[in-house]
Design a protein around this ligand. Structure first.
Ligand code: AMP
Ligand code: GLY
Length: 423
């Protein structure tokens, strides 16, 4: 069969590459994809994510068996609804179901209604009322813009000044708001953060792994929040019992709640979680795979992903096996200045990974005059496997140390806390 992947980052590279490894699959197309994907035999399709009619035309004329959607923006813009309407098979939630990610208010209200554990919260549209609430609650406190903000609409305010500034930016200046600005103000949680992924169709859900991302730009979790600077899977701090607890107390009630609310979910549920002293809490839901978590999760998947998705779309229970004898760890290489003042057009050398034990997932890059050049903040991701997390980490950093690229940077401490934990 022929498959289409929507998106253009490292996440989509990992998904499309995994599909190319399936004996069921003849061709994998990616719209728009990125130039680095070509070396893995992925066919690039020059159609924008928001050009629904052109994508539908392509899927019909190429007889695409089904389409897999990577990024949230396409879900938010209703690409699944457009495909559903014309009877094209697609793996991803429709707009109403994607509210689980796209509207923080919807997600919080759903969790409250169905007793899914999450931080206490209040919702505000009025700046003065929000400020009064923050003053009453005190700091630290967390302020989140309602709506999609590419992971950047969250301020963990340690001081009243930071909280006031965040409220002013979000409610008075409308930063991150598509319509009327709104914020969710949340109790500050402390503990071990991790992400759990499940493939979902209605009330059925299938566990696909846990990962830990590193969201801050610099070592020691310093600097601004980014889309993610590195990840590893599985997470030694997360026991099998904790995974079961997440499935029973978070994923199961959530998929049932979505059905009860007439918003049945089909696609990936990515639960952002924190294990606090008071117990497990959901930080957020996403309605898609994470980037860069996917690049490590799919390396741990010991099943044919195309077969798995095909089974789910056909109402069958898929067989999902995860490698239990190894870890995958990966590091994002970003352009200088990312995420605030990203420089672009950095010349990129030929990457030679032969013998390094690493896999490269390409993201922000394009063809320049004489070589590939950077095109975005996160340029590529170097992933490695090992029988221990340390071995995987050593391999990834060995490659990075020996292949420096001017005007780029990466974190030196991906997985470090977990390695210390296992000592
Ligand atoms: P989100 O976009 O909701 O995942 O938030 C981005 C990051 O902010 C998370 O990965 C957490 O590290 C942090 N965060 C979000 N909500 C809270 C909270 N209630 N307490 C503490 N940290 C939080
Ligand atoms: N890595 C965080 C995300 O994909 O939202």
């Amino acid at each position: 069969m022929k498959l289409l992947v929507i998106g253009s980052g490292g996440r989509e590279h990992a998904i499309a590459k995994k599909f190319t490894e399936s004996s069921l699959v003849e061709t994998v197309y990616c719209a728009k994809g990125n130039i680095g994907m070509k070396k893995d035999g992925i066919q690039l399709v020059d159609i924008a994510e928001n050009d629904h009619q052109a994508l539908i035309h392509f899927a019909k004329s190429e007889k695409i068996a089904w389409t897999f959607i990577g990024p949230e923006i396409a879900l938010f813009e209703g690409l699944v609804d457009a495909f559903d309407k014309v009877g094209l098979k697609v793996f991803g939630p429709n707009k109403k179901a994607a509210d689980l990610e796209c509207s923080k208010q919807f997600a919080k209200d759903l969790m409250k209604k169905y007793a899914i554990p999450t931080a206490a919260y209040e919702i505000f549209e009025d700046y003065h009322a929000a400020l009064a609430y923050v003053e009453e609650q005190g700091v630290p406190i967390v302020i989140k813009a309602d709506g999609l903000a590419a992971g950047k609409g969250v301020v963990v305010a340690m001081t009243l000044m930071e909280a006031t500034n965040a409220l002013s930016e979000m409610l008075l200046k409308g930063k991150f708001a598509a319509g009327k600005p709104k914020v969710v103000i949340e109790e500050y949680l402390e503990g071990e953060e991790f992400s759990l992924f499940a493939l979902v169709n209605g009330t059925k859900y299938y566990y696909t792994g846990v990962a830990q991302d590193h969201k801050r730009a610099y070592d020691g979790d310093k600097g601004p929040n980014t889309g993610g600077m590195g990840a590893y899977s599985p997470v030694p701090q997360v026991s099998d019992a904790l995974i079961q607890e997440v499935l029973e107390t978070v994923i199961k009630p959530t998929v049932n709640a979505m059905v009860a609310e007439a918003r049945p979910f089909k696609g990936v549920i990515y639960a952002g979680l924190m294990m606090t002293k008071k117990g497990l809490r959901v930080i957020e839901f996403n309605a898609r795979f994470g980037d860069p978590e996917t690049q490590v999760i799919l390396n741990q998947l010991d099943s044919d992903l195309a077969q798995v998705i095909d089974d789910i779309l056909n109402g069958k229970d898929p067989v999902i096996k995860l490698h239990t004898d190894r870890y995958t760890l990966g590091v994002v290489v970003a352009a200088e200045g990312y995420p605030e003042k990203t420089i672009t057009d950095i010349p990129l050398p030929q990457m030679n990974i032969a013998g390094s034990g690493c896999t490269i997932y390409h993201a922000g890059m394009k063809q320049g005059k004489s070589c590939l050049i950077s095109d975005g903040g996160r340029i590529f991701f170097v992933a490695a496997q090992g029988s221990t997390l340390k071995e995987a980490q050593d391999k990834a950093y060995h490659y990075l140390t020996n292949n420096p690229i001017a005007h780029t940077f990466y974190r030196f401490d991906i997985g470090e806390q977990a390695i210390q934990f296992t000592k």
